[in-house]
Write a protein that binds this ligand. Structure first.
Ligand code: CMC
Length: 427
């Protein structure tokens, strides 16, 4: 394989080195493009642009492969727990029992949030969207933990990571409890990480909390499936913000805002709202299939399509199976599951979707499980954020350890050329 790529423009040839990843992904390294040729590349949406070299997550959209640090998502979802996966993503190796216990102890040590944070939460209306609340609270954490991380110190870095993994679930739970008008409690450090999150979210003040293994296992699986997805919109945001040497919490807060949009993590809420809408409209899935294909109609089939997956989303396969199991185990009969299955079947047989390689993505069935677990629709993207947290942290850490340059794309200017100012009375 040639180690250089040649670009020709106006009769002049420019040579660029070619980088090959461990899974044979080929990239033309254009770091010297502008210096050599005066040209830049134009790639809206970064569809062809690799922003970094990364050793965290591997994704093959054609074959439907997703691996964290080399381990398949199927195996991790079946055999690992969320904290183990978090450790793997952030530090690169599966932890030993001793390492995992220590990691968990360190997290538990930091799992109290400054009581003044409650005053901030109190000032939000109950109607506020949980994602806005979560992004604000995560930003507010900076005010209570102002020292910036010294990235040359592994110990400093570790402390910041542990703090965030400890306090974030409390904020997630408080976001839900505020919405539901419940008292803001802390966790129980005798419990596992995910079990503790579930208790913080669901515990009622007048009832003893009873652990439900079906709920814990389903949550664990969902969080693992969402834990990282290489350079998606929110992760790229985290890396971009972090590249200015803004702190970890500030970078994560920006990532939460990026995740909120319905084209990204917000799709899980949008899917349920869409399925509810179809049900309320008589359950005519064909009508909505037609709307999704109509170029004059802005309606899209939410939970369908992916920038990278062009065959199937391996996470969606696992989630679909889990949705069936969880609903049956919990004895929940949700009519929108049937609507979702009909839509999927019709879409997979429809030429429009086949031609464009549109398949159900991770968000198509996840909301159905969250709903069965008793989580309100507006909280779904918050749950995605909780799952994605280790991925964001891992990507931020990787970027800071490599001391990557500040993210600063260029543009092709298409505005007015220089003009002379016209005084306001003469316009
Ligand atoms: N329904 C109908 N048509 C669609 C859909 C859809 N869900 N998704 C893509 N298309 C069409 C699109 O109109 C375009 O058609 P044409 O070539 O005729 O103009 C073609 O498929 C390619 O779409 P695109 O928008 O250029 O593709 P993209 O890679 O820029 O967008 C996407 C990917 C995920 C934003 C998009 O598929 C979408 O909007 N899906 C619905 C939202 C969704 O489920 N998002 C969650 C993504 S997975 C979780 C996550 O990563 O956060």
């Amino acid at each position: 394989m040639s180690k250089t790529a040649t670009l020709e423009y106006n009769g002049v040839k420019y040579e660029f080195p070619v980088t090959v990843g461990t899974e044979n992904e080929i990239a033309m390294d254009i770091k010297t493009l502008r210096a050599q040729s005066g040209m830049i590349t134009l790639d809206p949406g970064y569809k062809n642009t690799g922003s970094c070299e990364s050793a965290i997550t591997y994704l093959d959209g054609e074959k439907g492969i997703l691996r964290y640090r080399g381990y398949t998502i199927e195996e991790l979802a079946e055999k690992a727990d969320f904290l183990e996966v978090a450790y793997l993503l952030i530090f690169g190796e599966l932890p030993t029992r001793v390492q995992l216990d220590q990691f968990h102890e360190d997290i538990k040590d930091q799992s109290v949030v400054d009581e003044d944070m409650k005053k901030i939460l109190d000032s939000f209306p109950k109607s506020a969207h949980p994602m806005g609340v979560l992004a604000s609270l995560t930003s507010a954490l900076i005010a209570f933990n102002p020292s910036s991380v010294n990235v040359t110190s592994e110990e400093d870095m570790y402390r910041a990571i542990v703090k965030l993994l400890a306090k974030f679930p409390v904020l997630v739970a408080w976001t839900l409890r505020k919405k539901e008008g419940l008292p803001l409690d802390y966790g129980d450090d005798t419990l596992g990480y995910v079990e503790n999150v579930a208790k913080m979210m669901f515990k009622k003040p007048n009832k003893e909390y009873k652990k439900n293994d079906i709920v814990i296992n389903a949550l664990d699986k969902l969080l693992i499936l969402h834990a990282d997805h290489e350079q998606n919109c929110s992760t790229s945001t985290v890396r971009m913000v972090g590249s200015s040497h803004a702190g970890l919490f500030a970078s994560i807060s920006a990532g939460i805002s990026a995740l909120w949009g319905p084209l990204h993590g917000g799709a899980n809420q949008a899917v349920i709202e869409m399925l509810e809408g179809i049900k309320a409209d008589g359950g005519d899935t064909k009508k909505y299939m037609a709307k999704a294909k109509d170029k004059n109609d802005p309606f899209r089939l939410m939970g369908f399509g992916h920038r990278v997956y062009k065959n199937f989303d391996p996470r969606a396969r696992i989630i679909k199976k889990a949705a069936d199991e969880v609903l049956s185990d919990l004895g929940v009969n949700d009519p929108i599951l049937e609507i979702a299955k009909s839509l999927e079947k019709e879409a997979l047989e429809d030429q429009y979707f086949i031609d464009r390689k549109l398949y159900p993505n991770v968000d198509f069935y996840s909301g159905i499980i969250y709903r069965a677990l008793g989580i309100p629709t507006e909280m779904f993207t918050v749950m995605f954020a909780l799952g994605r947290l280790p991925g964001w942290i891992a990507q931020w850490r990787e970027m800071r350890l490599k001391d990557e340059p500040i993210g600063r794309p260029r543009q092709v200017y298409i505005g007015e050329n220089q003009r002379t100012f016209v005084d306001i009375d003469q316009r």
